[in-house]
Design a protein around this ligand. Structure first.
Ligand code: PLP
Length: 465
């Protein structure tokens, strides 16, 4: 007899009590589809000589299949990589105030382009432009999808078919295929490189200005540094030269923190306020890097130039949605209280978290980790680590941190990969890094309210042989 004739039907499995609650949660269609997939796979396996699974084994496969299919792809994870603003993990986690604002804007209609005072039409930039001007000293501001879009829109508006003069030392690539020369050509602007990789002087710029010049531009090369025999022209001098020729001077700041992070012991990053004060006519920066907000590109500067940019039809294509604006407004509002910034803006809090605090957390969690790993040929220790700021900030600027190093005993290094895979397979995956023969879990970004959840995850870790 053909063993496949013993296979239960789709209807029979679908009406099984074991799948009733899955059907309730996810709907019958998903469960029925998964049953068909499991039956098809079983037929193939049996034809290839496999044994026919019994009905409860089939039901278990269907259950696992439905759960896997319905699990969201964009799942929260524990970022224990040691890189705070990790682009692949969504950069800055939002402060609770921003999360609340975002949820409220998502749930009901909101005054996105509506002026509540007059009852007339509004402009979505009005949600944040006053705050941005207040925090940067600029005359006007606008917001687009990300900083790459901000730079693109700026160039396309002010330099199409014209020349943009940039120092050769600033023609940088940022991770994820943002290259200044590529953005420039796609925006329709002609790049004029001046100076050399290590040294650029004011006269290099002055000699390149001609009637086709649209602007002088500076790109803040945050992700690399050249040392030794170097020279870059100070912003104020470039601004003065541009203004002598009636040209705008623009700066792509990249990270663009709104406060001087040196006050918290972090490396100094130029702020938009400093750039404006030095004479920049337009400054662009990211919303989700050091600022600690949602993905966005912020443009601040001269009123007439911002007005031109807003009239470009591409602004409509690059605009942000209400969720972004709600979160951005809430984060910017926190900057009005600089004294408590390091407590309230999550990214700033994580970047400034003292090493002693992180080490104390590691000490609290070590027993749970050791219990989990007890049966494996590994050791787990608390170690001093160096976290990175991430998102194009200097890789040499490392923050003293603490965490766990899991090392194989003897030469069985495959065990580390198994632990790493098991951590990633958790309902809320734990993302660490393997470095120099150790699995490292940097606890800098483990938030206090996540500590219990993390410990509970360790307790259910399922490490496959
Ligand atoms: C990060 C960065 C960008 C790109 O910003 P996104 O917000 O990621 O689009 C552009 N320029 C500089 C200098 C940067 O550091």
């Amino acid at each position: 007899m053909n063993p496949l004739s013993q296979l239960p039907s789709v209807d029979r499995l679908l009406s099984s009590a074991a799948l009733a609650s899955l059907s309730d949660v996810h709907g019958r269609a998903v469960v029925a589809d998964t049953i068909r997939d499991v039956l098809a796979a079983t037929r193939t396996a049996v034809k290839d000589g496999g044994t026919l699974p019994n009905e409860s084994a089939l039901l278990e496969k269907v259950g696992a299949g439905v759960t896997a299919k319905m699990r969201p792809k964009l799942r929260p994870v524990f970022n224990l990589t040691g890189t705070v603003l990790h682009t692949n993990l969504g950069r800055a986690p939002l402060p609770e105030e921003a999360v609340q604002a975002l949820v409220a804007a998502a749930r009901s209609p909101c005054a996105l382009e509506y002026d509540i005072e007059s009852g007339g039409r509004g402009d979505r930039d009005n949600v944040v432009d006053e705050l941005l001007c207040e925090l940067t000293g600029a005359e006007a501001a606008t917001v687009v999808n990300n900083n790459a879009a901000a730079v693109f829109l700026l160039l396309n508006t002010l330099a199409q078919k014209k020349q943009v003069i940039v120092s050769r030392g600033e023609l940088i690539e940022i991770g994820g295929a943002f290259r200044v020369p590529d953005i420039m050509s796609r925006a329709g602007a002609k790049l004029v490189e001046v100076g050399t990789t290590n040294r650029t002087h004011l006269k290099d710029f002055a000699e390149s200005i001609n009637p086709r010049t649209a602007m002088l531009m500076k790109v803040h090369a945050s992700n690399y540094a050249i040392h030794g025999f170097t020279h870059a022209v100070p912003e104020a001098e470039l601004a003065a030269l541009a203004h002598q020729h009636d040209l705008p001077f623009v700066i792509d700041l990249g990270s663009g923190t709104l406060v001087d992070l040196a006050a918290y012991g972090l490396p100094h990053e130029p702020t938009p306020r400093e750039a404006i004060a030095a004479g920049a006519d337009l400054v662009t920066f990211s919303g989700d890097k050091l600022l600690g907000g949602p993905q966005a590109g912020l443009l601040v500067g001269r009123k007439d130039l911002i007005a031109k940019i807003k009239k470009n039809p591409l602004k409509r294509a690059l605009r942000v949605g209400k969720l972004t604006l709600a979160a951005l407004e809430a984060v910017l509002a926190l900057y009005r209280d600089p004294d408590r910034l390091h407590l309230r803006v999550t990214a700033v809090r994580q970047l400034t978290r003292p090493e002693t605090d992180i080490a104390a957390q590691a000490a609290r969690l070590l027993p749970a980790l050791r219990t989990t790993l007890a049966a494996l040929p590994v050791t787990a220790e608390i170690v001093a680590l160096k976290s990175q700021i991430g998102s194009g900030s200097l890789p040499v600027n490392r923050l003293p941190s603490a965490g766990f190093a899991i090392r194989p005993q003897g030469r069985k290094s495959g065990v580390l990969n198994r632990i790493e895979a098991a951590l990633r397979a958790l309902p809320k995956p734990v993302i660490g890094r393997i470095e120099d023969g150790a699995l490292l879990l940097d606890l800098r970004c483990l938030q206090p309210q996540e500590e219990g959840e993390f410990a509970a995850s360790l307790a259910v870790l399922d490490i496959r042989a």
